[in-house]
Structure formats: structure tokens, C-alpha cells
Design a protein around this ligand. Structure first.
Ligand code: IPE
Ligand code: IPE
Ligand code: MG
Length: 242
């Protein structure tokens, strides 16, 4: 399905990235523990994945756990990864039904073996799906991604495989965690925050930003449609005069 395909009144972006924020605030407002917000957030993930796949989005990147999130209390981290493991098992039928292919962006070294095993298993199970790509950013930081890319390029230079002058935008892009994914056309952040929080620093260079006031557990198909409508009203000039 092509980018910008008209789905009724919607212009569907080819590539969408989401900073899923406000789980804790949602829970606090409801008089619940923060982890209940994360739990409810899974429903919003399911809805968003299913809707994006149905509408013809080519790639959806969800910020699930940042490099900086490792500084949260151990208990919250453990519960978040328990939820992730549950998601990776329970959502497999939904991923398969929607022909979604899972990939991961982020550093693997701090992830527990059990998490890595389930992640790799789900990636393998969905590898043959020809629909939307779902990229989960876990233990992900935009600066760390650039550090890792620079290291990979430097190793190739040191090995004599790459001339320093041959390092261009395409070479840097090619050294990112998921080089085959198109750059996000639309970046959505929930809970009203206006920050990038170290997400996809290279890739969001020309993304349109949509801030949604709802907290992530409240985010539903209507919020997604509102984001796409907002996106459809933007004039994307890419620096040119139109
Ligand atoms: C987003 O919700 C989930 C993660 C960052 C893992 P938060 O946990 O950041 O919720 P708030 O921002 O504290 O409300
Ligand atoms: C960004 O949310 C990270 C994820 C959504 C996984 P945070 O809640 O961690 O970001 P800050 O602290 O508001 O910047
Ligand atoms: Mg937050």
C-alpha cells in the first residue's frame, strides 16, 4: 500500500513513530499504581498497531523503553519487562493476523536473556509477514544509536574497507539500528509533552510532530485518526519554496 493513500478523509503517513507517554500520570489520576498505567498501555499498543496496519502505514516505531528509563526504580523496570514479555507472547496472534513484521531498535546488552529470547523468537515468527513493520524501541537512545553507528563506521575505516571521504548521509543511515525503515513522516507524543526525549534523533529530521493531550492508556483509534488528520493539513516543504 502506498504512502499517503487516501483512507476516507485521512492522509496516511508512510512511517509513524510514537512516544507513548503518560502511563504513570493516567494511573495516578485514577488512584492506581504506576504499573497499572503500563498495563493499560498495552491495550493502546494493540489498538494502534492494528489501526496503523489496517490503514496502510508501512512502518510504525513505538518507544517502549528508553536508555534513560534504566534510571527508574528497579521494581518498575522489572514490571515493565514482565509486561513486555507478556506482550511478546500474547500479541503474536494479533501480529500474525495483521501480517505485521516485528523488529527491534536499541542496545541488546542490558536486556535479560529471557527478554532477548522472547524478542528474537517473535521477530523470527513474524519474519515472513509482508504487511506493516512494527519496530519496538527498547533500551533505545537516539544518541547511543549514533554512537554505535559511528563506532561501526570507524571499525570499517580502521579495517581499510571504507574511506573517510566516503562517509555520507547514506553511510550513516546505513549504520543505524534499522536502516531499511523509512524515516518517520509523523511523530506522535502523548500526555501533552513537547520533547523528543532522545528518540530517533537522526530519523525525525523532517518529521511532522503531533502532540496529543491524552495519556497513552487513553489513546485510541480516534486519537490516531486525529493525528493523521492533523498530518494531512501540514504543508511539507523540506526547505524548498512551494
Ligand atoms: C510512558 O509512561 C512509559 C514509559 C516511559 C516506559 P511514563 O511511565 O513515562 O508515564 P509518566 O510520564 O510518568 O506519566
Ligand atoms: C520517553 O518517555 C520514553 C518512552 C516513552 C519509552 P519518558 O517519560 O521516559 O521521557 P521524559 O522523562 O518525559 O523525557
Ligand atoms: Mg513519561
Amino acid at each position: 500500500m502506498s504512502a499517503g493513500r487516501d483512507a476516507g478523509d485521512l492522509v496516511v503517513p508512510r512511517s509513524v513513530a510514537v512516544i507513548m507517554d503518560g502511563n504513570g500520570r493516567w494511573a495516578k489520576r485514577a488512584g492506581l499504581e504506576r504499573i497499572r498505567g503500563h498495563e493499560r498501555g498495552i491495550d493502546a499498543v494493540r489498538t494502534t498497531v492494528t489501526e496503523c496496519a489496517r490503514l496502510g502505514v508501512e512502518a510504525l516505531t513505538l518507544y517502549a523503553f528508553s536508555e534513560e528509563n534504566w534510571q527508574r526504580p528497579r521494581r518498575e523496570i522489572d514490571l515493565l519487562f514482565k509486561l513486555l514479555q507478556r506482550f511478546l507472547i500474547e500479541e503474536r496472534p494479533t501480529l500474525m493476523q495483521n501480517r505485521v513484521r516485528l523488529v527491534h531498535a536499541g542496545r541488546r546488552d542490558r536486556l535479560a536473556p529471557a527478554v532477548l529470547a522472547l524478542l528474537d523468537e517473535t521477530i523470527a515468527v513474524t519474519a515472513g509477514n509482508d504487511g506493516m513493520v512494527l519496530c519496538l524501541a527498547i533500551s533505545y537512545g537516539g544518541r547511543q544509536e549514533l554512537v554505535d553507528a559511528v563506532r561501526a563506521l570507524a571499525r570499517r575505516v580502521a579495517a581499510g574497507e571504507l574511506r573517510p571521504d566516503a562517509i555520507d548521509e547514506a553511510a550513516i543511515h546505513g549504520a543505524l539500528y534499522q536502516p531499511s525503515l523509512p524515516d518517520p513522516d509523523l511523530l506522535i507524543r502523548t500526555a501533552g509533552e513537547r520533547r523528543i526525549s532522545n528518540f530517533l534523533l537522526w530519523q525525525v529530521s523532517y518529521a511532522e510532530i503531533h502532540v496529543c493531550d491524552a495519556c497513552w492508556p487513553e489513546f485510541g483509534a480516534e486519537h490516531l485518526r486525529a493525528a493523521f488528520r492533523d498530518y494531512g493539513n501540514r504543508v511539507r516543504k523540506f526547505g524548498k519554496v512551494l
